[in-house]
Design a protein around this ligand. Structure first.
Ligand code: PCA
Length: 215
């Protein structure tokens, strides 16, 4: 295992010209957090190519942990994802024109995987820093959920390597394309993920506080 923490972001999709997930990942590329070196990788927003690229990055880098990032255009806060499901149901086409409906991410794999990040500790840390944050019980059914599921399936065979997924709100420049959300400036988004990485690298057990949803 190397001393790196892999952070992935996505290329823009659905007509956007930027994606905060890649902007944040590349802003952190090369930084040291809690003694680890951040390595950023950009993933295509495409069902066919995203997971092989992620697997190559993990196998090549042998990181200590992986945080995958994506844009959630309709969410007002940083969303720390709890669970990835083995389902793809694309409401829009991906960047290669594919729009699979009701297919598994991986055949012969479990129905779901949980994040192995300390999600509640991360949410508490961000809240303390006055950053908008929530625990999310679904990463959707598009490419982000697919990458999250594929990531956790891959990490199952790499004991000790933790990983998970965090969705980011739009950037202020994207506000017109994502009405009704609360955009978050890049500096705050970078701060949020830097903090999430530091918490992940410095604590193993999660907090025992509720982040449940009734409906
Ligand atoms: N968000 C999309 C895919 C890429 C991204 O940044 C999603 O939430 O699935």
């Amino acid at each position: 295992m190397s001393d790196t923490l892999l952070i992935t972001g996505f290329e823009p999709f659905a007509g956007d010209v930027l994606n905060p997930s890649w902007e944040v990942a590349r802003a952190l590329d090369g930084r040291r957090i809690a003694g680890r070196r951040i390595v950023a990788r950009k993933l295509p927003c495409a069902f066919r190519t995203a997971l092989p690229l992620l697997a190559d990055a993990i196998d090549g880098l042998k990181p200590k942990g992986v945080i995958a990032l994506g844009l959630a255009g309709s969410r007002p806060a940083v969303s720390v994802e709890r669970v990835a499901i083995n389902l793809v149901d694309a409401r829009i086409a991906d960047n290669l024109g594919a729009q699979p409906i009701d297919e598994p991410v991986l055949a012969d794999a479990p129905a779901a995987y949980f994040s192995t990040l300390p999600i509640k500790a991360i949410a508490a840390g961000l809240r303390e820093a006055n950053l908008p944050v929530e625990i999310s019980q679904t990463a959707g059914t598009f490419v982000c959920n697919q990458v999250f599921f594929g990531l956790m399936h891959h990490l199952k065979n790499l004991p000790g390597v933790r990983g998970g997924f965090i969705h980011l709100p739009p950037l202020p420049e994207q506000a017109a394309r994502h009405p009704g959300t609360r955009p978050l400036a890049l500096a705050q988004q970078v701060q949020a993920i830097e903090l999430a990485a530091a918490i992940m690298l410095t604590r193993s057990a999660d907090l025992r506080v509720t982040a449940g949803a009734i409906d």
